[in-house]
Design a protein around this ligand. Structure first.
Ligand code: UDP
Length: 327
């Protein structure tokens, strides 16, 4: 049995990771400051002996009792509307937060895995994106707070690896979807499904020609798990290369939900990447990993999840009021 610290444990990906490590028989310490996370995502784990929860902001000094074998740093606002509202915290959790986690990993002689992102490639000029591409990021644009924090996080992690000899893993996560995404987090899939369920028109930003490649959460978690157990310290893309334009994606959601609503067009957000598709040859070669869940299957499961939410959740289109949190 390993002892595992997962930051961002009450979030979408963090909570699925908690489930996976518990299912593998490990002891999990979940940490979250609950700014964008939701305790309901892990409430089914709270009675277990092998699960602990610490309500803590990882940008502040972290104290964990006992030994640790693995630390997975998944705390961060991850949706553009979130990090536009809480830009300073986004920068801090990717910089001060990762520094605290790395220091803890060093003290505990633990292996550290960080959640990086396709956003390190920015609005990419190389397509599909492979790990050797350095990216095309605007540091002072609205997305810069997330992109640059994640780039710093990679640099810091690599420095701990080379300078301190820490065992580190870096996963670059591409757009991922599935149950426990926040309906009001502003990302395209919950936005479209929420609109369909409320009987509103689907808002496509720009002309809908920009592309994304959506990975089902179970596939992503499997890739992360394999990466952690591998010997690979270079960054590894984990995502599903099945690319689709946002316009076509809206049509898929219309067909899936049977909504009678139509697509309406809104302004494209600043610095919105025009194209995104992972080159997963490294993950295939090193982790023997490839995604298994196709979009129609994954979307059907995700739609069922959103349909099961309460009317109150569905109506709650307003985002959390972040103004009460200091930066
Ligand atoms: N998008 C959209 N309508 C929405 C929300 C998002 O057309 O209501 C677009 C957004 O402009 C982007 C894509 O969908 O091109 C994916 O956006 P998301 O916020 O999910 O993630 P990103 O990949 O941009 O970080």
């Amino acid at each position: 049995m390993k002892r595992v610290l997962i930051t961002g444990a009450a979030g979408f990906l963090g909570s699925h990771l908690c489930d996976r490590f518990i299912a593998e028989g490990h002891h999990v310490i979940g940490m979250d400051n609950l700014i964008t996370g939701d305790l309901r995502n892990i409430e089914h784990l709270t009675g277990l002996d092998r699960f602990e929860f610490q309500h803590h902001d990882v940008s502040q000094f972290i104290h964990v009792k006992g030994e640790l074998d693995y630390i997975l740093h998944f705390a961060s606002p991850a949706s553009p509307i979130d990090y536009l509202k809480i830009p300073i915290q986004t920068l801090k959790v990717g910089s001060l937060g990762v520094h605290n986690c790395l220091g803890l990993a060093r003290a505990k002689k633990a292996r550290m895995l960080i959640a990086s992102t396709s956003e390190v490639y920015g609005d990419p000029e190389v397509h599909p994106q492979h790990e050797e591409y350095w990216g095309h990021v605007n540091p002072v644009g609205p997305r810069g707070v997330y992109d640059e924090a994640k780039r710093f996080q990679e640099a810091m992690t690599m420095a701990y690896h080379t300078y301190h000899g820490l065992e580190t893993r870096i996963v670059r996560i591409f757009n991922t979807y599935g149950p426990r995404m926040r309906l009001n987090d502003g990302r395209v899939l919950p936005a479209f499904i929420g609109q369909a369920l409320r009987g509103e028109d689907l808002t496509v930003f720009g002309d809908g020609s920009q592309t994304r490649s959506f990975c089902y959460v179970d596939d992503l978690i499997e890739g992360i798990y394999r990466l952690l157990l591998s010997e690979e310290s270079r960054p590894v893309n984990v995502g599903n290369p099945d690319e689709i334009s946002i316009g076509d994606f809206a049509e898929e959601i219309i067909a899936l939900t049977g909504t009678e609503q139509k697509v309406i067009y809104k302004a494209l957000p600043t610095d919105d990447p025009k194209q995104r598709r992972p080159d997963i040859s490294r993950a295939q070669a090193v982790l023997n990993w490839t995604p298994k869940v196709g979009r129609s299957e994954g979307l059907a499961i995700t739609y069922d999840y959103f349909r099961g939410l309460s009317d109150e959740d569905l109506r709650k289109t307003e985002h959390k009021d972040f103004t009460t949190y200091s930066s």
